[in-house]
Design a binder for this molecule. Structure first.
Ligand SMILES: [Zn+2]
Ligand SMILES: [Zn+2]
Ligand SMILES: [Zn+2]
Ligand SMILES: [Zn+2]
Length: 350
């Protein structure tokens, strides 16, 4: 049963996506409403695949007859995110969630009040239109990543449809040329003072400013479309080409196909710590989400672990506020150590 509803739901979501893109110029208001609707539908489809009651706000009130009749209170974006994490163990990254949520707020304003952005419908200024396209493109970037990477298997029958939507989205990107032209002098100036710019993953303009956090983690912020993310930057030891990853699982160099292993990367960055000063020396910590043969969580700053604002895993990019030592086995872990004498950690508990 679930499979049929899943297919219906995905087709419906794709329909809204296509509508939204077609309306972006002619009916901007409906474009935003339909785009947000498609996000909710496609995220819900993933939950539905686990169980139909998961897309109902209160599963305890679930009634199959009402569900089939479409008579139920549907789940909110916040609950979708929570259930995806708790039940399917898929995290919508914070930055992706922020994009979805701001589109949701805009959609609500349009439905319940009015949005000043759309007040002067026809004589709408160029910059307002561009703001809207940026918002949709940013959300598409995150949605597309979930549907074609993390959930590639579950949505395998729809990959072609997603790729044709992606082509349409790419055509919208030329609108951002206006923003790029405005920002070009600023980018040039920054480059002259040593800033590094790379192609933005979302809008593709050479406008993403890259800053190194702690090797190999970098941060990219696009001045054109406001896309912002952290990545793992690895220089291939064989051919020297720079590779970027969002996840360091089974990866190869884009140019020479050499395998890039987590162990090699960790070996490479070990020099960041000062082994001659044991007081300042804090070894890497074990990530609770990744199964690896070496600890992969490093402090966000280059100095040492003590002043780190946060800790980050070089495999999955998960952030952790702090680390501790397991009360049972002594491993340096990200788990909450309070009960670890009893419960152990991800290392001694397997
Ligand atoms: Zn961009
Ligand atoms: Zn290479
Ligand atoms: Zn990890
Ligand atoms: Zn332990």
């Amino acid at each position: 049963m679930t499979t049929n509803y899943f297919d219906d739901l995905v087709k419906n979501g794709i329909d809204y996506l296509n509508q939204s893109i077609d309306q972006i110029d002619v009916e901007p208001k409906y474009s935003v409403i339909n785009f947000y609707t498609s996000i909710e539908i496609l995220l819900k489809a993933r939950l539905l695949l686990e169980h139909w009651t998961l897309i109902i706000e209160r599963p305890e009130d679930a009634d199959i007859k009402n569900f089939i009749a479409g008579d139920f209170v549907s789940i909110s974006l916040k609950s979708i995110r929570r259930r995806l994490k708790n039940i399917i163990d898929v995290e919508i990254p914070e930055r992706g969630y922020t994009c979805f949520n701001s589109l949701r707020a805009e959609r609500n304003k349009l439905i319940h009040f009015f949005n000043p952005l759309f007040k002067e419908d026809e004589a709408e200024g160029k910059s307002k239109r561009i703001e809207r396209i940026k918002e949709i493109l940013r959300s598409w970037f995150w949605l597309h990543r979930l549907l074609t990477q993390k959930w590639h298997f579950e949505f395998k029958d729809y990959q072609e449809a997603f790729s044709s939507i992606d082509d349409k989205m790419k055509k919208l990107k030329h609108y951002l040329g206006f923003s790029y032209e405005q920002l070009e002098p600023e980018i040039k100036k920054k480059k002259a003072t040593g800033s590094v710019f790379v192609n933005c993953d979302s809008c593709n303009y050479l406008a993403a400013e890259e800053t190194e956090l702690n090797n190999p983690i970098v941060e990219q912020k696009c001045l054109v479309c406001n896309y912002f993310d952290e990545k793992i930057r690895i220089e291939c030891s064989v051919c020297g080409v720079t590779n970027y990853y969002y996840e360091l699982v089974d990866v190869k160099c884009i140019k020479c196909n050499s395998i890039i292993s987590v162990e090699d990367v960790i070996k490479e960055i070990e020099h960041v710590q000062d082994p001659h000063d044991p007081d300042s020396w804090e070894p890497f910590a074990w990530c609770s989400q990744c199964i690896t043969s070496v600890p992969t969580v490093i402090p966000s700053n280059k100095e040492d672990g003590f002043d780190a604002e946060y800790w980050i895993c070089i495999v999955c990019l998960e952030h952790y506020g702090e680390t501790s030592h397991c009360g049972r086995c002594g491993s340096h872990v990200v788990d909450d150590s309070e009960c670890s004498v009893v419960n152990g950690c991800s290392q001694c508990n397997v």
